[in-house]
Design a protein around this ligand. Structure first.
Ligand code: SF4
Length: 431
């Protein structure tokens, strides 16, 4: 089964809970609390004094009333981040394996109707990309593709991951929704994490924004994190693309989805990412979404602008609600804001990013056409070295890898341990 319209949502998935949580998400948008009373700043302050927050508290922190208590939310988010993550911040970069896509997502520069240069990396080109990116010092990579099962299906992704795993101890994927078996294949090839954005948790809006292609199947995508966890993925990053619908609703639902998944898989390394919509690639992409709606061909779509203040509220609310969860911030955001958000909950940042396919190895020779074929415009253009230096200057520890598998391929674990310890059999007490 692969994203066909006959897909039946799993009964143990999040889909059956959508209808239960959506009303609460809609109340948040209207600044009402769970008792249908207007949310107040006093209530927000009371919630921020609690030790543990429940889903009603989370809803309240996303309300317009909480926007008036942003400093108090920032203080709480800062304290939670320090308590759970200290001053360590992880660095990573995306690596685009291909940009063919059969979907028509109206907000994306890679969608099937876009007349952009398309390519998919050969194994040799992936190797070259991996070497170029690893030379920057990064040890975490996120492999991305569009959604084209013929050109970049699960077997291709698994092959690409296996190549990347030779250069990076941590390889994540951000690809089309896969089946459990496909996730297992990719996991066996060396992927340890996956990122999946539901885009929006409003099924009706989702249908209007995803005009054609396998991604139109809302439920198949919604169940993807569950399938990936089931298949053995160590880490899962989830979230919504802010600006498609009402951000308060989507952040609330993303939090509920994450909480549900964590209950189901307590060992899971859960993280969130909340990208804001950016100008897309293509002829009409050069202006900011604030002045140029992304709907020239799809005139019904107007992005909902999420202000910086609202964005800070979304991130701090999520940090207060799920203090253990990682929070990833992309280079879509500008450097100044990214640096400030490190204090408020962000634990992982991308650096030295190129969103063009083949963009790392070919940075000196890549054609203008290929350079134009980027999925979205990045704002923070700092190199890896510069980002690491800036983190240190701000008092943070840049973390390139927080765990390393010993080299040695199929070496028996006891043998690997023997090598690591310099001979466990010789130690007192050894059997
Ligand atoms: S968002 Fe993803 S699936 Fe949709 S058009 Fe872009 S690359 Fe394709």
């Amino acid at each position: 089964m692969n994203s066909s319209s006959s897909y039946a949502p799993r009964s143990d998935g999040f889909y059956p809970h959508l209808d239960a949580y959506a009303p609460m998400g809609n109340l948040v948008v209207r600044n009402l609390d769970a008792a249908m009373q207007p949310a107040t700043r006093e209530e927000v302050c009371r919630v921020l004094r609690k030790t543990r927050l429940d889903e009603r508290d989370f809803a309240l922190l996303l309300s317009p009333a909480a926007g008036e208590e942003l400093e108090a939310m920032a203080q709480r988010a800062n304290a939670e981040t320090l308590r759970h993550f200290g001053k360590a911040r992880q660095l990573f970069a995306p690596l685009y394996l291909g940009n063919y896509c059969t979907n028509r997502c109206v907000y994306c520069g890679f969608h099937a109707d876009q007349a952009i240069a398309r390519r998919v990396l050969s194994p040799q080109a992936i190797e070259a990309e991996a070497k170029a990116l690893a030379a920057t010092g990064l040890r975490r990579v996120l492999a991305l593709t569009g959604d084209d099962s013929k050109r970049t299906g699960a077997a291709y992704i698994a092959e690409g991951v296996a190549i990347l795993a030779r250069h990076f101890p941590s390889v994540g994927i951000e690809v089309q929704a896969l089946t459990t078996e496909e996730y297992a294949l990719v996991t066996r090839s060396g992927a340890d994490s996956m990122t999946m954005f539901q885009e929006t948790y409003d099924p009706e809006l989702y249908a209007r924004l995803h005009l054609a292609g396998p991604k139109r199947d809302f439920a198949f995508r919604l169940d993807a994190p569950h399938r990936a966890a089931e298949a053995g993925m160590r880490g899962i990053t989830m979230g919504a693309l802010l600006g498609l619908g009402d951000w308060r609703f989507d952040v609330f639902m993303a939090g509920m989805h994450g909480q549900w998944l964590q209950r189901f898989f307590p060992q899971l390394e859960l993280a969130f990412s909340l990208p804001r919509i950016r100008p897309r690639s293509g002829n009409e992409s050069k202006n900011d979404v604030g002045t140029d709606p992304l709907n020239r061909g799809h005139r019904f779509f107007e992005p909902h602008i999420v202000t910086d203040r609202e964005y800070v509220q979304a991130l701090t609310a999520l940090r207060c609600f799920m203090p253990h969860a990682g929070l990833t911030l992309s280079t879509r955001e500008r450097a100044f804001l990214r640096d400030r958000l490190l204090d408020l909950g962000v634990t992982k940042v991308s650096a030295g990013v190129c969103t063009a396919v083949g963009g790392y190895a070919e940075s000196g020779s890549v054609t203008d056409t290929v350079q134009d074929a980027v999925q979205f415009v990045i704002d923070d253009q700092r190199s890896v070295a510069r980002m690491a230096a800036d983190l240190e200057a701000l008092g943070y520890q840049p973390v390139f890898a927080d765990w390393l598998l010993p080299k040695g391929g199929d070496m028996p674990l006891t043998e690997a341990l023997r090598c690591s310890l310099g001979g466990i059999a010789d130690r007192p007490g050894a059997a």
